[in-house]
Each structure stands twice: as C-alpha cells, then as structure tokens.
Design a protein around this ligand. Structure first.
Ligand SMILES: NC(=O)c1ccc[n+]([C@@H]2O[C@H](COP(=O)([O-])OP(=O)(O)OC[C@H]3O[C@@H](n4cnc5c(N)ncnc54)[C@H](O)[C@@H]3O)[C@@H](O)[C@H]2O)c1
Ligand SMILES: O=C(O)C(=O)C[C@]1(C(=O)O)C=C[C@@H](O)C=C1
Length: 362
C-alpha cells in the first residue's frame, strides 16, 4: 500500500499530483519538499500537500518518493536522499526524459526500486499557481520497465496512476525517449524557433502584433514554457532532439523548394497529404492532443456573453469541459469550448446555431 507520499518539487506537476492524490483513498498523507519557500507556502495554501518536510524527514517515512523537479537535478537529489530511504520505499519521477535517468537512478538506488514516470500532460505555466487537480485525468502516464524493474513495485505504481484518473503506459526508457523526442520535444524546438522569428519581425513593425491570429497562438503557446525545464529536456534527450531537428529542417527545405519553384501540383499534394495525416491523429486521448470535441464560437462585445452561453448549455445538461478565450481581437471575442463527448459537442452545436450564434465545429 502507498500511504505516505513525499513530493520533491511542488511546482506545476508536483502540486497537481499532490492535489490529485488527496482523492486517492489509500494515500493518507502527502508531504512536500522544495527549495522555494513561496512554492511550499502556495502548495500548502491550495491543499496540494499536507505539510512541508525536510528532505531527510520526508523520505524517511515515505512509501513513495516522487521527484518533480527539472530533469537536470534529479540525479543529484536522488544521491542526497539515498541514505535516508527505507528499503521498501519506491522512488519515481515525473521527468520528461527517461533513458539517462533510468540508467543513472537504477544504479544509485540499488537497494530500492526506481520506476521512471512521465505524465503526458502539462502546460507552459510553472509553479504551484498553475496546478490543476484534474491535470492527469485521461492523460497517458508513461511508466518505464527495464530488466531491473521490480514487477511488484511497478504494479503498485500502475495502480496509483490509474487512481489518479490517468492511463498508465508501460514502456522501455529507449522507446519513450524516441517517441517524445518527436511528439513533444521537437514541437517545443519548433515553437521556440518560430516565436523568435516573429519576435524579430515585430521589432521592425508595430503592426505585426495587430495582425497576429489564432495560428500564431496555436503554434507558439508552448514556447512560453520554463527555460530551465526545457534546457534540461533538450540536453538529456540530445540525440533524439537533434534527429528531429534534422528531419524537420529537411522537410522545411523541401517545402521551401516547392514554394520557390512555384510547383503548384506538388505543393498542393503535399498540403493535402499533411491535412489527411493530421486528421487521422486520434484526438481523444489527452496525452496525445489536449483538445477533445471542440466548438469555436464568436461572441459580441457585450456583458455576460459567456454567461448566456454557459446557461444555455447548462440548462440542456451539457457539460463544458473547458472554455478558452482566444485572444484574437480586442473587441468581441472568440471562445473555444471543449466537450468530453461527441454527442455533447453535437447537441451544443445545434443549440447554439438555433440561438443564432456564429459557431463552427473543430
Ligand atoms: N510542465 C510540463 O508540462 C511537464 C509535463 C510533464 C512532466 N514535466 C516534468 O516535470 C518536472 C517538473 O516540471 P514542472 O513543470 O512542475 O516545473 P516547475 O518549475 O513548475 O516545478 C519545479 C519545482 O521544483 C523545485 N525545485 C527546483 N530545484 C529544487 C531542488 N534542488 N530541491 C527542491 N525543489 C527544487 C522548484 O522550486 C519548483 O517548485 C520536470 O522534470 C519536467 O520535465 C513537466
Ligand atoms: O501542453 C503543453 O503545454 C505541453 O507542452 C505539455 C507537454 C507536451 O505535451 O509536450 C510538454 C512536456 C511534458 O513532458 C509533457 C507534456
């Protein structure tokens, strides 16, 4: 049984985990350790942890120790806590890369069980202020398996992950890093690079920011992520990230060539192929893509417009899973509504159309 949990690093992921653990019946207490006292206080205030602890106290009593700090400092912290661990304690982390960590940590904590973890859910916000109790709901949660993995500990952790509402995915550290190198780390590289190009152009023209639209927002949101966290991820999964950048650069060069040579047929073919590939990616799993069933709604610039929509759908017992105001223009607003189920999306669409809202399905 996992009754006592110690979370080292009560930032976005650590505090989200702490909040979610409050609803897991077998867990009786969650203590938090962080070198940022403001974060500790915030985590206490939002109820993500029951109490603060020192590294020594926290891990001595714990059945499970979760490291939720940037990847680059996990190893040193595990070296620090190793002398205090009791032999039954399971150690895990939530770091975004796995291969190097699993190799290093399995050696450091020989007498204990280390299982690498990575919830495929997060955001560009850091610290406990961005914590979300439901962050892991339906998210894929990778747990690593190597030839040293203790099956009993893995089963315990898998069970806990399920109780968080997430979907455990048992995977080798190698396969994990190869995949997220392409699905998570490369998109971040691209977003950063794109953002830099736009930022450079915006120095030359004030008008640039007036003409910025949804495409920019969709493709660059993640570039606002924490620099330390992403520096560590890129360096820890260096080979995969470099491979991704090379593939991306080649692809970009091909696209450039089709545009430069005005090759209408091939350009359109390529765009059609990519459109099809994008449509085929399953959107339902949070871990794969965070959008579920969505409607994009344009509202007038008047008070209580969102309230009216929420009431209309609420009366019809349609649960809005998420609302996001897309900052596309100053006056009026475009709002993205997400639903968990297709039927809810359909029903909401019909109701909003009937009420003469400007609405499109995504
Ligand atoms: N943000 C995401 O989208 C996301 C998603 C999945 C996994 N991850 C991984 O989760 C981990 C944490 O990311 P986050 O987004 O929660 O970052 P965060 O910056 O919000 O939180 C990190 C916390 O660790 C604390 N910390 C730093 N050094 C410390 C030390 N030496 N001792 C104790 N505490 C220390 C910080 O004060 C902070 O509270 C990273 O390894 C990241 O790769 C992040
Ligand atoms: O949605 C986001 O903000 C994220 O970038 C989260 C995201 C990702 O999906 O790539 C980023 C890194 C983490 O390791 C896991 C999740």
């Amino acid at each position: 049984m996992i009754e006592q949990v110690a979370i080292i690093g009560v930032g976005l992921i650590g505090s989200s985990l702490g909040l979610a653990l409050q609803d897991v019946t077998e867990v009786k207490s969650v203590v938090g350790i962080d070198n940022n006292s403001r974060h500790v206080q915030e985590a206490l205030d939002i109820g993500a942890i029951d109490e603060e602890a020192t590294l020594k106290e926290g891990v001595q009593e714990a059945d499970l120790v979760v490291l939720a700090v940037p990847v680059g400092i996990i190893k040193d912290l595990v070296i620090k806590i190793a002398p205090y661990l009791n032999s039954e304690t399971i150690i895990t982390d939530v770091g975004s890369t796995k291969l190097q960590l699993v190799k290093q940590l399995e050696e450091i904590v020989e007498d204990n069980t280390y299982i690498g973890g990575h919830p495929m859910a997060g955001s560009e916000v850091s610290g406990p202020s961005g914590a979300d109790k439901y962050l892991f709901e339906n998210a894929i949660y990778a747990l690593t398996k190597s030839n040293k993995t203790d099956e009993e500990a893995l089963a315990k952790l898998k069970n806990l992950v399920k109780q968080l509402g997430a979907q455990p995915l048992i995977i080798s550290p190698q396969a994990h890093d190869q995949i997220v190198g392409i699905t998570s780390h490369l998109p971040h590289v691209v977003a950063v690079s794109l953002m830099e190009v736009v930022a450079d152009y915006s120095k030359e023209s004030d008008l640039l920011t007036s003409l910025i639209g949804g495409g920019f927002r969709d493709t660059t949101r993640i570039s606002a992520g924490d620099p330390t966290m992403w520096k560590d991820i890129f360096l820890n999964n260096r080979d995969q990230v470099l491979e991704g950048i090379d593939a991306f650069s080649n692809n970009l060069a091909e696209l450039r060539e089709l545009i430069a040579s005005k090759n209408e047929v091939k350009l359109k073919d390529k765009l059609a192929q990519i459109k099809e590939a994008r449509t085929k990616i399953p959107m339902k799993k949070k871990g794969l893509l965070p959008s579920n069933y969505e409607l994009i709604l344009t509202l007038k610039d008047k008070p209580n417009q969102i309230g009216k929509v929420a009431t209309l759908l609420g009366v019809a017992k349609i649960n809005i899973q998420d609302i996001e105001v897309l900052k596309v223009r100053d006056k009026g607003g475009t709002v993205r509504l997400s639903f968990n189920q297709e039927e809810e999306q359909e029903k909401a669409y019909s109701l909003l159309k009937e009420a003469e809202y400007k609405v499109i399905k995504k």
